[in-house]
Design a protein around this ligand. Structure first.
Ligand code: PLP
Length: 223
């Protein structure tokens, strides 16, 4: 716990100014988040709906909660009042549920589209071609209560730097393709969320402007 303050300060001081830090606090207690908060951190990432809601209820209201894990459609309603950005939109059904539920409570929810490139890590996310096709289909046009602000992705969990670089390049290319076409006129479409504790420097080198850092701030997670 004593290191959390120092770790946060270190990231705040060393990340390039255009890169936002999401402190991934999943599985860590509210006290750990408070320490990071007191060190100046305001954006926290959670991957389980119940955990996000429980923490949001007791921690300061100016925290921006980001949802970064796989989100089941039946959990959307619970997190919406608390969440500032959903990184992990991985299906049309989820996007349309977020839109419907946002409409119901009269808000517009910011989201990222998750791109699947990693070799084994997760089965979630749109394949690059699938995502370009989905966005190109016009399916998003009628969704007025979601604002698509960019993409999120993960690299393969490997020591092979070439592989990690190829994954980040692929995610970045999807972002560039969308930015040049469907989202050309959307000022808010500007987030490339990629990079975790072990690979964020490579991610930044390949165009990330939002990194999601957990264990190197809060220590190892006990599941
Ligand atoms: C857990 C998690 C992170 C943080 O990973 P660390 O290796 O602990 O930095 C980042 N992104 C996602 C999607 C995660 O699930």
């Amino acid at each position: 716990m004593e290191n959390i303050r120092r770790n946060i300060r270190n990231y705040i001081d060393t990340l390039p100014p255009h890169v936002k830090l999401v402190a991934v606090s999943k599985f860590h207690p509210a006290e750990a988040i408070s320490i990071a908060y007191d060190a100046g951190q305001r954006i926290f990432g959670e991957s389980r709906a119940n955990e996000l809601v429980e923490k949001a209820k007791i921690l300061p209201s100016d925290i921006q909660w980001h949802f970064i894990g796989h989100l089941q459609t039946n959990k959307v309603r619970a997190i919406l009042p608390f969440v500032a950005l959903v990184h992990s939109v991985d299906s049309q059904r989820l996007l349309s549920t977020i839109d419907d539920e946002s409409k119901r409570i009269g808000r517009v929810t910011d989201v990222l589209l998750q791109v699947h490139v990693a070799q084994e890590e997760t089965k979630f996310g749109f394949m690059p071609d699938e995502l370009l096709e989905f966005v190109g289909s016009g399916a998003i046009k009628g969704m007025n209560n979601v604002r698509i602000c960019g993409v999120m992705g993960m690299a393969t969990n490997t020591d092979d730097v070439k592989r990690i670089e190829a994954d980040f390049v692929a995610i970045r290319q999807v972002y560039d393709a969308l930015k040049a076409s469907e989202f050309a006129d959307e000022a808010c479409f500007e987030i490339v969320s990629m990079g975790m504790s072990d690979d964020y420097q490579i991610a930044i080198k390949h165009g990330s402007n939002m990194v999601r850092i957990g264990s190197s701030i809060f220590g190892v997670r006990e599941y």
